[in-house]
Design a protein. Structure first.
Length: 183
């Protein structure tokens, strides 16, 4: 369904609900020769997929509304298993990274990431066996952070339900999420 004048490999879909960040990414990728489509939600993504087949996608993990970016990744991958999908997030965790890759993302980047990082991630679809393994054990705070984000992902980023499952008050969970992860 892609238009005849644009090959799908140069068509990029950005799924981001932060309009300023989406505009910045759009301009940057357009300067690199991409044709860019933008969506702010799962319904917007589905509407664009009905008319276009992008070769690339950049998806924010945490979108406003009911659906998370993981649902968008799943839809995008179902639409085209060849699409290179990079997930961006300010809420990085091992659990969400694993789920994103299982659902079809080729890479997962923590914000802040720039266009160079994203374009490099598109080229790493096959993975890298040379990644250095670390021997540092995870701290309690890191384990807590990852567990919280795993539960958030399980609940579709429903803060109230995640707080209930974690045995926390909703405001306590919100405060924990506002803090930066300690490494």
């Amino acid at each position: 369904m892609e238009t005849q004048d644009e090959p799908p490999q140069r068509l990029l879909l950005i799924v981001e609900d932060d309009d300023a960040f989406a505009r910045t990414l759009t301009r940057s990728f357009e300067r690199r020769g991409y044709r860019v489509l933008r969506a702010a939600s799962l319904p917007d993504t589905e509407a664009l997929l009905a008319q276009h087949t992008p070769g690339y996608a950049v998806v924010d993990l945490k979108l406003k509304g009911e659906a998370s970016g993981l649902a968008c990744v799943q839809k995008l991958h179902a639409a085209s298993s060849d699409m290179l999908i990079v997930v961006l997030t300010g809420y990085a965790s091992i659990a969400t990274a694993v789920e994103a890759v299982k659902l079809g993302a080729c890479h997962y980047l923590a914000k802040p990431s720039n266009t160079d990082d994203i374009e490099a991630a598109f080229g790493l679809k096959a993975g890298n066996t040379e990644v250095e393994l670390t021997h540092r054990a995870s701290s309690i705070k890191t384990l807590e952070w990852e567990h919280i984000h795993a539960v958030l992902a399980e609940t579709g980023f429903n803060l109230s339900e995640a707080a209930r499952r974690l045995g926390l008050h909703r405001r306590t969970l919100a405060r924990k999420l506002e803090k930066k992860q300690v490494k």
